[in-house]
Design a protein around this ligand. Structure first.
Ligand SMILES: *Cc1c(COP(=O)(O)O)cnc(C)c1O
Length: 503
């Protein structure tokens, strides 16, 4: 069979198993210079296979080329814009990667005694200090491994504080626009979830809030800017209402990309916040992790944070010594082994140091400017969900394109043909046919213009040639999949077509 030569992303690459040729190997080892011993004399016969497990027999070149080629099939932020909203798929500076691989960071053992890990502990303490400054909340724990775990940790802290007051409470209030992890975290912490309906501007309805907040409400969990990309302008009043009833305000900080260096949740009255370091402070996160979801809390809640905490002591010569403190009787305990996802924490500190305060603020302002640039230029072609000032992301719907039978899924798929990753689709749930776009600060004007051009072209196609859009993508190896079948009957295991030669 003649294989097609390399044609970059769309070439036809089979399975590595299909490249297998009997007897082909990818290594060579020196011949034996000791007496050969039959394996049966060393191992229990029951542990020995009769057959090889059908491993492919391939050369080193076969393996390297195969995996290098398929690695190009994945879209990546290093190829182009990744406009997924809510996820903040920003560029990850290569400097962070270099630094996180330094041997002293990458190879130190988490069980090193404090005295031998002073540099590592100082990195953690410094990052805690930076995050406290950025959020305006003095107590920071770096342990949680993701945003969702940060939410759980923050709610456990609130719960512990309320129990210490002898007032455990039952409910957590969550707006209907929230990310799905919010109600899930509240439920895991044993709370009932009460959903709050957003007002016409996608914000919290204060009158409604006043009627539902009582002494059974442990906390309000809100995302600011909201998942609709809008800043909650009544945030201070929201905090006053909760505090007056003895409850706490939990802010989901996944969208801090729109606030860093400009304003601080602690100053707004927020009690607990988690950050997604992998969204706001770089770190590549398209492949599902690892990430980090530190929590920052007010002074009142600090004693309840997970242990160990990093503390500074002075040695007799006056030098700072870092130490892990486990003696914290009010702490909720550990939420994760060791010190969290250490390499992600190093990347975040590197990002913060490389940009500095002015740079962080500029990143925020650019992210907001970019989202508004897109909102401004696409408003004439797509229905915008909320016509206020967007923060870091903007939401359109397929309302106008639906008239021609073209829906959000089709528009997302067609975007692939124009060289872009699709935006977030059908989320948030409160906007029917939602298309959520977050360009982030990483994109320059030319790239944004390309994206706007592609979206405008698709809007025109939807009107003039809807079938073209409905059958997209056309430029990929595989077109539309039957998504229901793929979810119900996934093919996860390769079945060997022949067994490799014995011996
Ligand atoms: C991403 C996100 C989360 C969850 O964070 P993970 O790190 O994926 O667990 C929570 N809330 C919002 C608003 C998010 O965008």
């Amino acid at each position: 069979m003649i294989r097609k030569a390399t044609t970059h992303v769309n070439q036809n690459e089979g399975l590595i198993f299909e490249r297998s040729q009997p007897g082909r190997i990818g290594y060579c080892i020196p011949s034996l210079d000791v007496d050969e011993v039959p394996i049966e004399s060393l191992l229990d016969g029951a542990l020995l296979r009769d057959d090889l497990p059908g491993l492919p027999e391939v050369s080193e070149v076969d393996v390297v080329r195969h995996f290098t080629r398929i690695s190009t099939w994945n879209f990546a932020v290093d190829y182009g814009m990744y406009p997924l909203g809510s996820c903040t798929m920003k560029y990850n500076p290569k400097l962070n990667e270099r630094v996180s691989r330094f041997e002293g960071f990458a190879a130190s053992h988490p069980y090193l005694p404090d005295a031998l890990a002073q540099g590592n502990l100082e990195v953690l303490a410094t990052l805690e200090k930076c995050l406290a400054e950025i959020t305006g909340l003095p107590g920071v724990s770096l342990q949680p491994a993701a945003g969702a775990q940060g939410e759980m940790t923050g709610l456990m802290v609130i719960r512990k504080r309320l129990e210490a007051r002898g007032d455990a409470r039952r409910r957590v209030l969550i707006p209907d626009s929230a990310h799905g992890t919010n109600p899930a975290s509240a439920a895991i912490c044993g709370y009932e979830v009460q959903t709050l309906k957003s007002n016409s501007q996608g914000g919290i309805d204060l009158d409604n809030l006043r009627t539902v907040v009582d002494d059974g409400a442990a906390a309000l969990m809100l995302t600011n800017p909201s998942t609709l990309g809008m800043f909650e302008e009544n945030i201070e009043e929201v905090c006053r209402i909760l505090h007056a009833a003895g409850g706490f305000v939990y802010m989901d900080g996944a969208n801090m990309n729109a606030l860093v260096g400009v304003t601080r949740p602690g100053d707004m009255g927020v009690d607990v916040l988690h950050l997604n370091l992998h969204k706001t402070f770089s770190t590549p996160h398209g492949g599902g992790g690892p990430g980090a979801g530190p929590v920052a809390v007010s002074e009142e809640l600090t004693p309840y944070l997970p242990y160990p905490r990093i503390v500074a002591e002075s040695d007799p010569s006056g030098r700072t010594k870092w130490k892990l403190d486990y003696n914290l009787p009010d702490s909720i305990g550990r939420v994760r082994a060791y010190h969290g996802n250490y390499s992600v924490l190093v990347r975040a500190l590197c990002y913060i140091y490389a940009l500095g305060p002015e740079g962080l603020r500029e990143a925020t302002e650019t992210a907001v400017l970019n989202a508004n640039y897109i909102a401004h230029h696409l408003k004439s072609d797509y229905e915008i969900a909320f016509d206020g000032k967007a923060m870091h992301e903007v939401i359109f719907s397929d309302k106008r394109q639906s008239k021609f039978g073209v829906h959000t899924l089709d528009i997302g798929k067609r975007l692939i043909d124009y060289g872009f990753h699709p935006m977030t689709i059908y989320f948030p749930l409160v906007v029917p046919g939602a298309m959520m776009i977050e360009p982030t600060e990483s994109e320059g004007r030319e790239e944004l213009d390309q994206f706007i051009y592609a979206m405008k072209a698709i809007a025109r196609e939807a009107e003039e040639n809807p079938e073209l859009v409905k059958r997209a993508p056309h430029s990929t190896r595989i077109g539309r999949l039957d998504e229901a079948a793929a979810a119900r009957k996934p093919v996860l295991r390769w079945k060997p077509v022949r067994t490799a030669a014995k011996g």
